[in-house]
Design a protein around this ligand. Sequence first.
Ligand code: GDP
Ligand code: IMO
Ligand code: MG
Length: 421
Amino acid sequence: MKIDILLGLQWGDEGKGKIVDALSPDYDIIARFQGGPNAGHSLEFNDVKHVLHLIPSGIFHPGKLNVIGNGVVIDPAVFMKEILELGPSVEELTKRLVISTRANLILPSHRILDAAYEYQKGKSKIGSTLKGIGPAYTDKTGRNGLRVGDILRKDFKKIYNDHLGIHLSILKNYDYKFDLAEFEKGWFEGVELLKKFRLINTEYLVNDLSSSGKKILAEGAQGTMLDVDFGSYPYVTSSNTISAGACTGLGVSPKLIGEIFGIFKAYCTRVGSGPFPTELNDETGNTLRNVGREFGSTTGRPRRCGWLDLPALKYSIMINGITQLFMTKADVLSGIKTIRVCTSYEVDGKECTELPFDTDAAIVPVYTEIPGWEEDITAARDFMDLPAALKNYIEYIEKHTGVPVTMVSVGPDREETIFRS
Ligand code: GDP
Ligand code: IMO
Ligand code: MG
């Protein structure tokens, strides 16, 4: 059976966790392929909200297998905290979750390096979640990383200390004070907990399961505009968040990929620094933040809010080969009289639809106005029940992207989801 992918088309936090959880009953396996604990994927059901960082969003469904693929970077301390707070027992979770031996580890000193690099950047900082993502991927591609499979080696402590030594010598060049013991808290216990799980070469498992007809959903983290190659570099994360990342992050051929679901908010948000052409620093921006509860799931930072950016959305659709669009947070726009959509940019006085290479370029968004709707739509469960103005907004997006919107999310709960037949 082909492998489907669900990934974010904007700057992250599009609602991936909620929708992967809602789709999980249709799949046998849910697999994360990149990113790490910088992700914060929220799920709500039975009036309880859960936030997942490393664990795939199918974990609450008994009988489903969750995979952390080789493309993910794992911090054992975060992993332990998450596992112990999930609800199901560790024994039960070891049945539901397997982890790639090839996934790289985030060391406590990666987190310190992340903080030191950001501190040194001052005003031009990336706005990292400070989870050690950049330094861990740097060590991976620099061929200096430690991997999950290494924790089973007898000399693991020694190799850990060797890596730590290198990091400490780099840190001597930075005027940055830190308490290593504080960062190491829980890390080695996390390593012991990891050993209770099946640590395997997940690329064989995923390919075998796909061959035997099982349905696999690959769950992206972050969003396309944060991709290390195609996002607003350097204000990006350190992995390939795009559909191609699912192949490298799970060890599957592009031939095996089926549907590629692209998820986007009915407006835009961004956490951290970097260009955001449609950002609203006004009352409407505050309304979107307050009504949409736009505060980071990982860091609690207020998210920057703005109108939907069509050139960016079309770019993401192109890079990923999106086959179906999923729109979330449509309910947040209820009550806004006139919705604006950016259709092109003005850069140095010239109209264009391409995202400029230069992240310092002064981009002025060119807008089209679309009538809004007053109705509260959170109780709607059928596409036909949605207000005509929202359907018109959706049709507008479909017309300009050429991709059908097959799912509309009208609230954070699992149930507040409309799949269009
Ligand atoms: P992710 O990182 O893509 O999984 O997204 P986050 O969980 O970080 O952020 C999305 C936020 O919006 C979470 O608080 C979700 O509970 C919430 N959410 C998801 N879909 C909807 C929706 O359709 N409407 C509303 N109001 N909230 C939603
Ligand atoms: P999910 O999976 C939103 C942002 C950070 C920062 C930049 C680099 O929940 O959508 P990093 O920690 O990777 O060094 O940060 O990327 N960022 C996210 N923004 N959602 C995320 O994940 C993010 N993960 C990283 O805010 O701007
Ligand atoms: Mg998030």
